[in-house]
Design a protein around this ligand. Structure first.
Ligand code: SF4
Ligand code: SF4
Length: 407
């Protein structure tokens, strides 16, 4: 695609990146076929090709309207379009640049800004979100249905059979919402890895990965969070920790993208490249191990396996995920539309409730095709979102495996 971006913008790193991405797009429209919002709304401006064009116009003319912002806000950043694109267009990077621009060109209303401010201050802080969830549970009668259903019920803490002898160490990334809403996920991961000789350690000083701030265009806050995490993890890696284990793929994809996020800071970018290499989804860790060492009971439970967008389109880890579940003997049911987002998408369910619910309904139908007894997933946001409507239990897949460990 031909571009004529403004000179002053072209002289910046973002400008050069945007031009490179825009020029790669040949406008073929293949990506529209796998875009959930295009599928639901049938509007060119709610598909990736249309959004690319809207961003191009804005970067060339320095002008945008509320309508432009609405179409960009409706994007889930699921990156399904990136998986489909034959030209390797890095759509999500272009969208990040576009979103930062439009925040300056088209200011939001006071109520919108207040809600976004609250979410970016409370959600990424585990102590604060714990208090918020507790309070919200007391006042659910005041909330609309879609909000009420998103409040996680308090999870009773479980214990899983663990091995005591370990000779290797890895860092558990706990995630700010995951550690509050589903604390059993990391407990289950610790138990399973202990049987493989790996101790999973929790690092109190780490904070949010930055995903919430990135979703809501608070770029600088995300940069600060990334730098803080890198400083904290670096010390543990220097003392022999082999990897940073991600049990929430939404956080995983953000951390894998730290080198891009920190592109303007050479010192941190260099370290971010190492961190991105050391950050691994839990399924990647297990695939490299001898899983026959795990003392697992056999089970005939039939589950529908949900593959989060951040895992399949962001981290490109879909095959590994399914292969690990197959090796662990998980009986999987039939389902369709695996590539389509469930509508959770970070904070999307809060800011685009209608579209989010439409996508959830569609995903639940697809996951129910094989009449499963349960649903497993690999990301906290999807787990809570699917759990709000599912008729069967929804859990993280590692919990399913830990429940099958022999005493
Ligand atoms: S598939 Fe790729 S090249 Fe084709 S329109 Fe979409 S982003 Fe552009
Ligand atoms: S990221 Fe997802 S919702 Fe956004 S344009 Fe791409 S496919 Fe569509």
């Amino acid at each position: 695609m031909k571009t004529s971006l403004k000179d002053e913008f072209l002289s910046t790193l973002d400008g050069k990146k945007a031009e490179e991405i825009l020029r790669r797009c040949v406008h073929c429209g293949f990506c529209n076929a796998t875009c959930p919002t295009y599928q639901e709304l049938s509007d060119e401006r709610d598909g990736p090709r249309g959004r690319i064009y809207l961003i191009k116009q804005m970067l060339e003319n320095g002008e945008a309207t509320e309508k432009t912002r609405t179409h960009l806000d409706r994007c889930l950043t699921c990156r399904s379009c990136e998986t489909t694109c034959p030209s390797g267009v890095e759509y999500s990077q272009l969208l990040d640049i576009g979103k930062q621009h439009i925040e300056k060109l088209v200011p939001r209303s006071f109520s919108d800004r207040t809600l976004r401010y609250g979410v970016t201050r409370i959600l990424p802080n585990a102590s604060w979100n714990k208090v918020m969830f507790r309070l919200a549970r007391q006042f659910t009668f005041l909330m609309p249905d879609t909000f009420r259903e998103q409040i996680p019920t308090e999870q009773p803490l479980k214990s899983y059979p663990s091995a005591t002898k370990t000779n290797r160490t890895m860092i558990a990334f706990r995630g700010c919402v995951q550690q509050t809403a589903t604390p059993n996920t990391v407990k289950a991961a610790k138990a399973v890895l202990s049987h493989l000789g790996i101790e999973l350690i929790e690092v109190a000083q780490e904070g949010c990965c930055g995903a919430v701030n990135l979703h809501l265009s608070e770029h600088e806050r995300a940069v600060q969070q990334a730098k803080r995490n890198i400083d904290v993890w670096w010390r543990y890696l220097e003392h022999g920790a082999e990897a940073i284990v991600m049990s929430a793929s939404g956080c995983g994809v953000t951390i894998k993208d730290y080198p891009q996020l920190l592109v303007e800071s050479p010192y941190y970018r260099e370290r971010a490249l190492v961190i991105a290499e050391k950050a691994k989804d839990l399924s990647e860790i297990l695939l490299a191990e001898d899983l026959t060492q795990l003392p697992l009971k056999t089970s005939n439970e039939r589950v529908a396996v949900h593959c989060p967008c951040t895992l399949q389109h962001g981290m490109k880890n879909k095959e590994t995920y399914y292969e690990v579940l197959r090796r662990l003997g998980v009986e999987q049911t039939r389902k369709s539309e695996d590539h389509l987002c469930c509508g959770s998408a970070g904070t999307y369910s809060l800011f685009q409730p209608e579209l989010s619910q439409q996508l959830l309904k569609r995903k639940m139908k697809a996951l129910s095709e094989g009449d499963p007894e349960g649903i497993v997933t690999a990301n906290i946001g999807c787990q809570l979102h699917l759990g709000s409507k599912a008729q069967v239990p929804v859990k993280h897949w590692i919990e399913l495996i830990a429940e099958r460990l022999e005493n």
